[in-house]
Design a protein. Structure first.
Length: 169
């Protein structure tokens, strides 16, 4: 739900900027309005991203707890082990087996399709737009503003991915 609300807000914010820009001929107070709208949407995006990360971490904790319960059942009755579809081990391999019990995770595709990656990518794009807008408002050329925005968005994504890796690996 939070992700849907965030994506709706992002879409509404960008459409509002397009409509306001046309009405204002993209002049006057429009750059300030654009920076305010982008800052608000980005702030909501970062908060959404934090919540999605926290939920993922909580989900991992619940998986480990369920694996420990299965280990306790297996200790009481070792004969049930062949009937367990998920792992009774609370290590990395055990949690991976429980998350994807019918086979291995499909490599980078599993991560790339995750909610965390979606939010990180959208936020990186918003951050890049924000940085490019700031550069443009400082009367930097369009080309330099574009490159600054692309670099800013890429740096945001790299930083978030490294933080995600540290937290979940």
């Amino acid at each position: 739900t939070r992700i849907s609300i965030f994506l709706t807000l992002t879409s509404a914010g960008l459409v509002s900027l397009a409509l306001a820009g046309q009405a204002m001929d993209f002049d006057g107070m429009f750059p300030l309005l654009a920076m305010i709208v982008l800052a608000i949407v980005l702030m909501v995006g970062v908060l959404t991203q934090l919540r999605v990360f926290n939920v993922g971490f909580e989900d991992l904790a619940y998986v480990l707890a369920m694996n420990r319960l299965r280990a306790a059942y297996a200790e009481l009755d070792p004969g049930i082990i062949p009937y367990l579809m998920t792992s009774p081990f609370d290590d990395r391999e055990g949690s991976d087996h429980t998350y994807v019990m019918l086979g291995p995770r499909s490599g980078p595709g599993h991560f790339a399709g995750s909610s965390m990656m979606l939010i990180a990518t959208v936020n990186a794009a918003l951050f890049g737009l924000f940085v490019a807008g700031i550069a443009a408002s400082l009367t930097v050329s369009s080309g330099i503003s574009l490159v600054t925005g692309l670099v800013g968005g890429a740096i945001y994504l790299v930083v978030i991915l490294s933080l995600m890796r540290r937290r979940f690996v």
